[in-house]
Design a protein around this ligand. Structure first.
Ligand SMILES: [Zn+2]
Length: 423
């Protein structure tokens, strides 16, 4: 039994912070919060481990709803083009190392919308089996794409090699077959990629619906990359489980999303970091249209505000790992700062988005994200108050302790800084 005594409890439900006597954890779950239950003897050190959080802040472990573990950045000489390392062996080891960095920064769960091979499935299972320590992972496989979609990066005569992040499926039948293949290999959800950057739709609504139908039949869910208004509307009508970005959605599109009860995962951190990185490395080096990214960022501020007015749930994710300038363990809480600074969230609302609300993308909406009796015991203890300054959640710099599924994480064990090539 692990008992966290003292500390200010921010339980993730949105309730105001309270001084807490004891958070009792038995096995992988919270047994109680509040007063220490009768019958527990804190002096019984054979059965009770005590973690004193006096003067500290106790909250649910963070969930990043958008992290990629198996993209291939940085590009290694001799490796192929595309987003992934061509050698799966190297990709798996990098992903495993990166996962450990994520957990030690206070992020106890990540949702992974796409990667190479079945790397993320493998790392997820290795963590589950206790082969290595890492965050809880809920993952997709390679993204379902068509000619011209995001991640269709090779000439058509080469197609999409297995080390790519996308897998070409140019008909509904091919998509359904790919859903079946990915489900066979254990994905938690299917990632589709529509409208690379704007209004051009690369998937038909019927195709999205066919994927949703097949995935749901196999108890997998569907998330979609959608920047354009038309694809956001089509995704809502086809019944996907969450929409990633939705930057260009207009009023009527958001109404359709609200009616379908689908959450939006805007992922503004990536856009903010493109702007920052272009200042640091130059636009040529990062090979991205910075002006367009700035416009998307500004549009997203309005989309998020508007979506919240319509009662659409906003999820909190960063796109960590999708590029060289998106390092693991550093940015997972940057989205909360952006929500507070630009989108009218209070710090408490931002914390709830990254805990209680993000539990949805882990497939555990009633089990994760709130510290109350019966739920999974993922706990983050901070030396500073995140409600006073939301930035203290970033980079693990104020983390005093991390507990995942009732077990304390050894914050020292990873040791040293991984060189850039492994980050
Ligand atoms: Zn992404």
């Amino acid at each position: 039994m692990l008992v966290i005594v003292n500390g200010t409890l921010i339980d993730g439900s949105g309730r105001p912070p309270v001084a807490n006597q004891a958070l009792v954890i038995e096995g992988d779950r919270v047994r109680s919060v509040g007063a220490l239950p009768a019958g527990i003897d804190l002096r019984d050190d054979r059965h009770v481990e005590i973690l004193d959080a006096a003067g500290r802040f106790v909250m649910p472990g963070l969930i990043d709803a958008h992290t990629h573990l198996s993209y291939g950045y940085p590009v290694i000489p001799g490796e192929g083009r595309g987003r992934g390392p061509t050698r799966p062996e190297l990709g798996v080891l990098k992903a495993a190392r990166s996962a450990q960095r994520v957990l030690r920064s206070g992020v106890t769960s990540i949702s992974v919308p796409g990667g190479t091979w079945f790397t993320d499935v493998g790392v997820r299972d290795a963590i589950r089996l206790g082969v290595l320590e890492g965050p809880r992972i809920h993952c997709a496989g390679r993204m379902i794409i068509t000619y011209g979609s995001i991640e269709d990066d090779e000439p058509s005569w080469l197609g999409t090699p297995d080390h790519g992040v996308g897998v070409l499926c140019n008909t509904g039948d091919e998509m359904v077959t790919e859903v079946r293949r990915q489900c066979k290999h254990g994905v938690d959800f299917v990632k589709m990629a529509d409208s690379r950057s704007g209004e051009v739709q690369t998937l038909a609504r019927e195709e999205i619906a066919a994927v949703v139908d097949e995935a749901h039949r196999r108890r997998a869910r569907v998330a979609i990359h959608s920047r354009g208004a038309g694809s956001t509307r089509a995704a809502a009508e086809a019944g996907v489980d969450w929409i990633i970005h939705a930057d260009l959605a207009a009023e009527a599109d958001l109404v359709a999303v609200a009616e379908a009860g689908i959450p939006i995962l805007p992922t503004m951190t990536f856009l903010a970091m493109v702007l920052e990185a272009s200042g640091r490395y130059g636009q040529e080096t990062i090979q991205m249209d910075v002006g367009r990214m700035k416009r998307h960022f500004d549009r997203l501020i309005r989309v998020v505000e508007h979506a919240r007015q319509l009662g659409i749930k906003i999820l909190c994710g960063t796109d960590t790992g999708n590029n060289l300038f998106m390092p693991f363990g550093e940015l997972h809480a940057k989205e909360l700062e952006i929500f507070v600074t630009y989108c009218g969230f209070t710090p408490m609302e931002a914390i709830c988005a990254a805990t209680r609300d993000n539990a949805y993308v882990m497939g555990l909406p009633d089990d994760l994200g709130v510290l109350e009796a019966g739920r999974l015991a993922d706990v983050l203890i901070l030396t500073r108050d995140p409600l006073a300054d939301i930035r203290v959640l970033q980079g693990g710099q104020h983390v005093a302790a991390v507990v995942k599924a009732g077990k304390r994480v050894d914050l020292e064990r990873l040791g040293g800084d991984a060189p850039l090539a492994l980050s």
